[in-house]
Design a protein. Structure first.
Length: 346
């Protein structure tokens, strides 16, 4: 059966996902769209030549018999209500980060899914599908570098707009590292501290940039994560895991080398959309395939969304206090306990 997908929010990433489901992936079809900006929803139907109905809001879209699964790509604060409505209607849900803007909101989604009795929700933490991170995980899981001791990583954007605030460095930007790193090392975060190096003159007056986030895990691994969203030179994601027997590091983005004007170099990306193109394709193909084969998604869970939100809350608290803040999760519920996805390199 072809999975009939309704999209809630036809902005930047909504359109990207519609494009990939329509042009690149198999097994899914966009049958419905909605956006608070109805003109944007209509325009997307035209742009991609979709055979899809434009609904006035998320509730009517979710209720449609022409919708098996919803793709929640609206603004973060709107996610929770759409996801909850999707679960109530027993529809599959792919939700872009954040699952909800608060830990309580994520917990209520977890509880609703547990009450439903089966997994319906996948969160858009696409880095787990990236070949580079998968290779790092293979090296760690096979003990190739021995026990991991430290991680050094960086999330750098060339620039951000005026509306970007200091806490967004955590909730919008670091959130990807928060998800992928604990998955990488099979560990739980236990505390966090945030420090502010000298501020770049390129940041707006209200923004602290760069920031240095130091996370510790239950096993004692120390993670040093730099967030620098006005770095000017490019979009750059770095991750290096230092183990007892060796070190593994994310590969650089593939690029030709050039020799020109007495220089030898490679090109870097400026736009985040290009960096994880394959991972976005793979997370959505996995969502579609898992539902068609197993009747439930297998990707990052609501519990992963909750873990990320609890950790992000502690990071924001640490931004404000300047102190080390502890991070505590409740016990992982049964529904998510034996769940282990086998992500493969391609
Ligand atoms: N996984 C990733 O790498 C990325 C994830 N995101 C996440 O995706 C979400 C959307 O981001 P963008 O597409 O960049 O934003 P955007 O602002 O370009 O698009 C959001 C769209 O949602 C619509 N919208 C807002 N509230 C709505 C509601 N209640 N019902 C229907 N439509 C509604 C807006 O009118 C807008 O068209 C955000 O949560 C963001 O954090 C964004 C970029 C990358
Ligand atoms: O989610 C994302 C954006 O919101 C954010 O602005 C970028 O820095 C991230 O890398 C991207 O994946």
């Amino acid at each position: 059966m072809t999975l009939k997908i309704g999209v809630i929010g036809t902005g930047a990433i909504g359109r990207e996902h519609i494009r990939r489901i329509t042009n690149n992936l198999s097994g899914g079809r966009i049958t419905a769209v909605t956006d608070v900006n109805q003109e944007a929803a209509k325009a997307v139907v035209e742009q991609f030549g979709l055979d899809a109905v434009v609904y006035p809001d998320d509730r009517t879209l979710i209720a449609s018999e022409q919708v098996d699964a919803i793709l929640v790509t609206s603004w973060g604060p709107a996610h929770q209500a759409s996801v909850m409505a999707g679960i109530e209607a027993a529809k599959y849900v792919f939700c872009e980060k954040p699952l909800a803007t608060t830990a309580e909101g994520c917990r209520s989604i977890v509880d609703a899914e547990i009450k439903f009795g089966r997994r319906l929700v996948q969160v858009g933490f696409m880095r787990r599908y990236d070949n580079g991170y998968i290779q790092l995980k293979e090296a760690i899981d096979s003990n190739y570098i021995g026990e991991p001791l430290m991680i050094r990583c960086a999330h750098r954007n060339p620039s951000v707009d005026e509306g970007y605030t200091t806490d967004m460095a955590i909730t919008d930007t670091l959130i990807h590292e928060i998800d992928v790193l604990h998955w990488l090392i099979n560990d739980d975060y236990s505390s966090v501290q945030v420090t502010y190096p000298k501020k770049t003159r390129h940041a707006s007056s209200h923004l602290r940039d760069p920031q240095l986030v130091t996370l510790e895990t239950a096993k004692g691994i120390v993670i040093s994560a730099e967030i620098f969203v006005n770095c000017k030179y490019g979009y750059d994601i770095q991750c290096e895991v230092i183990g007892e027997e060796g070190i593994v590091k994310l590969p650089e983005v593939a690029s030709i080398t050039y020799r020109k004007e007495a220089k030898l170099g490679v090109h870097l990306l400026m736009d985040w959309k290009q960096r994880f193109l394959d991972a976005y394709d793979r997370e959505l193909q996995d969502f579609i395939d898992s539902i068609r084969k197993h009747g439930q998604p297998q990707g990052p869970t609501s519990w992963d969304g909750y873990i990320a939100a609890v950790t992000a809350d502690a990071c924001v608290k640490a931004q404000e206090s300047g102190h080390r803040e502890t991070i505590v999760f409740g016990e992982k519920p049964e529904l998510y306990r034996d769940y282990e996805v086998s992500f493969h390199r391609v």
